[in-house]
Write a protein that binds this ligand. Structure first.
Ligand SMILES: [Zn+2]
Length: 286
């Protein structure tokens, strides 16, 4: 199956009590893990990469790996660009075969943010590519971008409505108390705010920084209107820990297939939990 634009799935999710899991990948093994698990569990998934991963692997390698996976298993996979503030990279990804992009101008003054996003929306619409925007600012660290607590800004329903209307985006990432990276304490999600935003905005909503959030809170966020759940750190750490463990137990071995294989196994375990948590097991057969 060719890579899909995820928008129809997200719209379906917003009418139902499930969400589409979006997994950040960094290596071929992670792409394989996501595709194998998704096929096994008959679940639609979004595979996403940050600009940092593109600098590491290159657009063409990522696209061809993900396309190969979608064809091999004949399942719907969307390929999404996560948190990109560079117009040229967004366009390169669209040309390269991505089916969804997030343009993140949340560090810019409002009017500049709107202009950047609108410019992307114009091109993306013509190419049938979904565009995710962000208003408010999600805290924590992703790629090289850190947002400290002082600059973190929870999204207000009013600005969510205005931003969605001003830009024409297809989905909206909102800040309701989650953060990127590893949490120091237990994150508290502002569900009241989420419900108010959902009432004001007519596009699917996206939860960033879902790694490390208690399962009950993620479930509740899905019930209250989140349609895409981004998972990055919860894959990265188990993969690395599995490889570290492998070397601790086998300090003399040096076969990348062995240690990356251990990493892949660890990733697949987490994927299974997350796909269940999002409520999409068997969705492809429903
Ligand atoms: Zn994010």
């Amino acid at each position: 199956m060719p890579l899909i634009n995820p928008l129809d799935l997200l719209k379906e999710a917003s009418k139902n009590d499930f969400a589409i899991p979006a997994f950040n990948v960094h290596t071929m093994e992670m792409i394989q893990a996501v595709a194998e698990k998704a096929a096994e569990m008959r679940a639609p998934v979004i595979i996403q990469t940050t600009p940092g991963t593109l600098r590491h692997a290159g657009i063409a390698y990522i696209v061809s790996n993900v396309k190969t996976a979608a064809e091999k298993y004949n399942i719907p996979i969307a390929l999404h660009l996560d948190h990109c503030s560079d117009y040229n990279i967004v366009i390169k990804c669209i040309r390269g075969g991505y089916t969804s992009v997030m343009v993140d101008g949340s560090m810019l003054p409002y009017q500049e943010n709107v202009k950047l996003v609108k410019d992307v929306v114009k091109v993306a619409k013509a190419a049938d590519i979904a565009v995710e925007g962000e208003i408010g600012r999600i805290g924590g660290t992703e790629d090289n971008i850190s947002v400290d607590n002082k600059k973190e800004n929870l999204t207000t329903p009013k600005e969510a409505k205005k931003f969605t209307r001003d830009t024409g985006i297809n989905s909206l990432a909102v800040a309701i108390g989650t953060a990127h990276g590893v949490y120091k304490g237990e994150p508290k999600l502002d569900f009241k705010r989420l419900i108010e935003i959902k009432n004001e905005v007519n596009v699917p909503l996206v939860l960033h920084g879902a790694s490390g959030v208690p399962e009950e809170s993620v479930k509740k966020a899905i019930e209250k209107g989140m349609t895409k759940i981004n998972i990055a750190t919860d894959l990265k750490i188990p993969m690395t820990e599995a490889i570290k463990k492998y070397f601790k137990e086998n300090p003399k071995l040096n076969d990348p297939r062995k240690y990356l294989g251990e990493g892949k196994k660890a990733v697949k375990q987490v994927l299974e939990e997350k796909i269940k948590l999002c409520g999409v097991v068997g969705l492809l057969d429903r």
